[in-house]
Design a protein around this ligand. Structure first.
Ligand code: ACO
Length: 320
């Protein structure tokens, strides 16, 4: 066993503005009690007027690079997981590469919505294992608020903005033991933003639509199933997991997944209360928060999980 990708750095960024449940009570017919009991969310961060999603991606990347003393010239690929790029094109990965000033290395965006970071981890791992890259910067960054209708109580209470970054590097030691990815396009009707630009006009509804119940059920089923499956594939047991880092959409989905694995909640990283659902940023933000707080330590076994629109879902089992 000598061919692994290892996490050598993490970073994150949250915009300054905080939108609390009390703020939302003034916008729609909701209550702090309803939001907390149904989702576990108390507040979320909202991108600034003069800030762009690529600014958030850049800040998270710089945090990963500087707080871990990474030589940025060693980075030989950039993947940005996002569904909220600054522009139709170029990609935010290209904008990030230009701002970091790191040569002509390949850079691309990847859209698997809330599972984007898991798709990016699996993709980067495959590039590293096949020697096409050695050190890959992955950023999950989304300004979900750009696509939220703040008169729709079904969605506006659930989402927030932010960015998280991870740098993966080739290593002879584990590392990523394995990843698993899935998609089911039948989920389209339950969760989507169908609005698009056509001939200079917005065609279709340009806000997040979500039918919460089927999404909730699909998330619990998929995340529970994939957790068992990735452990089996990589020859690990649930007892070996030090930390579950699940997609931060809803505390009840997180608790159901932990319950399925018989994991006590003190082995589960929870940031949904402070961040809300930040789409592709959710898992790397939770990971970096837990590393910075000292919860996650070198050598710990981590199970990362994501679920999002598509539907898409994915998991990675990682020795940190
Ligand atoms: N405040 C008060 N009432 C509300 C609110 C609100 N903010 N939002 C909805 N309601 C009402 C509805 O109108 C509905 O009322 P009705 O019964 O009179 O029609 C009622 O509350 C629904 O309540 P519950 O059935 O108790 O809601 P539920 O337990 O399903 O929770 C929630 C709703 C939180 C949306 C849940 O279904 C959920 O979390 N779904 C999954 C979200 C998710 O995982 N997303 C991940 C992917 S996101 C991505 O990929 C972009």
């Amino acid at each position: 066993m000598t061919n692994f990708s290892k996490i050598i750095a993490t970073g994150s960024y949250l915009p300054e503005k905080i939108l609390s449940n009390q703020d939302l009570e003034k916008l729609v017919d909701t209550s702090d009690e309803w939001i907390i009991s149904r989702s576990g969310i108390k507040q979320r961060h909202i991108i600034g007027e003069n800030e762009s999603p690529s600014d958030m991606a850049y800040n998270a990347a710089i945090d990963a690079i500087t707080s871990n003393n990474i030589d940025k010239s060693s980075i030989d690929m950039i993947i940005v997981a996002t569904f909220t790029s600054d522009a139709v094109f170029p990609s935010n990965a290209c904008l990030l590469q230009q701002r970091l000033g790191i040569g002509s290395i390949p850079a691309f965006d990847l859209n698997a919505v809330c599972s984007g970071f898991l798709y990016a981890i699996a993709t980067a791992d495959a590039y590293i294992k096949t020697n096409m890259a050695k050190t890959i910067l992955i950023v999950g960054a989304d300004a979900v608020s750009h696509y939220i209708d703040y008169t729709d109580r079904n969605t506006c209470v659930l989402f927030g903005d932010g960015a998280g970054a991870v740098i993966l590097q080739h290593s002879n030691e584990p590392g990523i033991y394995g990843s698993e990815l899935h998609a089911d396009g039948n989920g389209e009707e339950a969760l989507h933003v169908k609005g698009q630009l056509k001939q200079g006009k917005i065609v279709g509804h340009p806000f997040v639509y979500m039918d919460g119940k089927p999404v909730f059920k699909a998330a619990v089923k998929s995340l529970s199933h994939i957790a068992t499956s990735i452990l089996k594939k990589t020859n690990h047991t649930k007892e070996q997991i030090d930390w579950l880092i699940p997609h931060q959409a809803n505390i009840r989905i997180i608790e159901a997944t932990a319950n399925h694995l018989s994991l006590p909640m003190d082995k589960v990283i929870v940031t949904v209360d402070k961040h809300g659902n930040t789409a592709a940023a959710s898992v790397p933000l939770a990971l970096d928060t837990a590393i910075k707080s000292g919860k996650i330590k070198r050598g710990d076994l981590l199970l990362l999980e994501g679920f999002g629109a598509g539907f898409t879902w994915g998991a990675s089992l990682i020795r940190y």
